[in-house]
Design a binder for this molecule. Structure first.
Ligand code: ADP
Ligand code: MG
Length: 479
């Protein structure tokens, strides 16, 4: 039997507002527990929520960015359940009338392929607090700092067909919310979290299989692993004659398994009803258009422009537009360097990205600034140094040893382009290695590399490689 995987994602993006969605308390991360929870967040009797306009703006910005319907009227509803980190006994969310309706997103797959994924809706809601189990023996601590933090929950259609597609979708949403500056995307701090709904069905069958929901996957790697595990688990169950039950499951990264958290039947009667404390949100075209006008160049547009303006491949353009900061850095390098944009692309996505990754540094804090890298590329282009020596210069710049010119000067790395000097070295090397010269001349072409290596060794890699090649060929042709 051939099985087809079906995945729909729910993404929770924490909106980057200063204050909470229904109160004036700060949303800053990392404060002492319960120092950023006011009466509203604590759910004290008699308080009234007041909607944060900035949260509404950000939700609308997302809606217009994906070309979705933005509702002229949306309604907040109470989602009732009991949990210690939810003091009101209900979460304020949106049910029947969400602020953002149907839209879609194009995701990028391997080999330049793309696919359109439907977006069902995106709604505003408040986050709950946190239960802390670690620091309290036999007790649980409750931190309500996070309670009331604005979230945008983005719900997709069940359109993904593999873990790889789900990851591509999550990455695309992640890049988008950061581009439009509505979410910092910090997955480790929980500002961007994914729930994956996963089911399988026999290939060719139209009806969806029963799904399991995998909760709070906080890295792309976990998302991929958890989905693949879950697909395997479900196929095993069905193939051994069992039935998949609808339930919520947790992914345990340490054990690399998913396990049941609660079955859907027990948990899903939330008795939603419109929140009587909050008026419906009514938006006019003027407001929506004003927000549309603030949209920056979006990832897809930027990628296309990079392809045409800098003659980059789709792959290069995709890598360089993965975040706005990276794209800005690249464009700053291209603007400042007297160099080919393709070479700049190779350096930014190669040497620079590797160093950032190695030292876990964000591009906005790179010790090699765009200006410094541009200076280096200019010296490659004008042949002051070879591409190989440039890597050495880059490493010195990374260690804070100054700009390219200073490093080249103090380390004496200037390329040798004086053909007289190179000719002399070539001559010496050929004379000092008569056996190899003999063998080369009798047809052992591979030995050419040996001679190049010898000349390079003599000059510590500083001889212009092209000239070395030419002069060696000429010299070896003589006897
Ligand atoms: P709930 O609110 O109970 O989680 P929804 O119907 O809103 O349920 O669906 C949530 C997510 O689950 C959506 O992203 C949707 O695409 C996805 N989904 C629904 N049914 C399936 C299924 N059979 N297989 C995979 N994903 C599904
Ligand atoms: Mg759900």
């Amino acid at each position: 039997m051939q099985w087809e995987t079906v995945i729909g994602l729910e993404v929770h993006a924490q909106l980057a507002t200063q204050s909470k969605i229904f109160s004036g308390a700060s949303t800053a991360y990392g404060a002492e527990p319960n120092t950023q929870a006011c009466n509203v967040d604590l759910g004290l009797p008699g308080v009234l929520p007041v909607l944060n306009k900035e949260a509404v703006r950000m939700a609308v910005k997302f809606g217009v960015a994906i070309g979705a319907e933005v509702a002229s009227r949306s309604v907040f509803a109470r989602k009732n359940y009991f949990y210690p980190d939810l003091p009101k006994g209900y979460q304020i969310s949106q049910m029947e009338l969400p602020i953002v309706g149907i839209g879609s997103l194009t995701i990028d797959l391997e080999a330049g392929e793309s696919k359109v994924v439907g977006i069902t809706r995106a709604h505003l809601e408040e986050d709950a607090g946190k239960s802390l189990h670690e620091d309290f023996h036999g007790m649980t601590g409750i931190d309500l700092n996070r309670a009331g933090t604005p979230l945008l929950e983005i719900v997709s259609e069940p359109d993904m067909r593999s873990a790889a597609e789900a990851v591509a979708y999550a990455k695309k949403i992640h890049a988008l919310v950061r581009y439009i500056e509505i979410c910092d995307g910090n997955m480790a701090e929980g500002s961007f979290r994914c729930d994956a709904n996963v089911s399988v069905r026999p290939k060719g069958q139209e009806a969806l299989g029963t799904r399991a929901e995998l909760k709070n996957l906080n890295s792309f790697r976990f998302l991929e692993k958890a989905i693949n595990l879950e697909v395997e688990r479900q196929i095993d169950i069905i193939e051994s004659g069992g039935r998949v039950v609808q339930e919520t499951r947790l992914y345990d990264a340490d054990r690399n398994e998913t396990r049941s958290m609660r079955s859907k039947e027990e948990a899903n009667d939330y008795r939603y009803f419109p929140d009587p404390d909050l008026l419906p949100v009514e938006l006019d075209e003027v407001f929506i258009n004003e927000i549309r006008a603030t949209l920056p160049e979006l990832p897809d547009e930027k990628r296309q422009r990079f392809e045409s303006d800098y003659a980059l491949s789709q792959q290069d353009a995709m890598v360089l537009t993965a975040s706005r900061e990276l794209a800005d850095y690249y464009e700053a390098v291209v603007a400042a360097a007297k160099s080919d944009p393709k070479i700049a692309a190779n350096w930014v996505s190669g040497e620079l990205a590797a160093a950032l990754n190695r030292d876990a540094i964000d591009i906005t804090n790179s010790p090699v600034t765009a200006e410094l890298l541009a200076g280096l590329l200019t010296r490659i282009a004008d042949q002051t140094i070879s591409g190989k020596i440039a890597k050495q210069v880059f490493e010195a710049m990374w260690q804070g040893e100054g700009d390219a010119d200073a490093v080249i000067e103090t380390k004496g790395l200037k390329q040798i382009t004086d053909s007289g000097a190179i000719e002399k070295l070539v001559d010496d090397v050929v004379i000092n290695n008569p056996k190899q010269a003999e063998q080369y001349r009798s047809g052992k072409d591979k030995l050419f590399g040996f001679f190049v290596g010898q000349v390079m060794k003599e000059t510590k890699g500083k001889a212009n490689p092209q000239q070395v090649n030419e002069l060696l060929k000429k010299r070896l042709a003589q006897d």
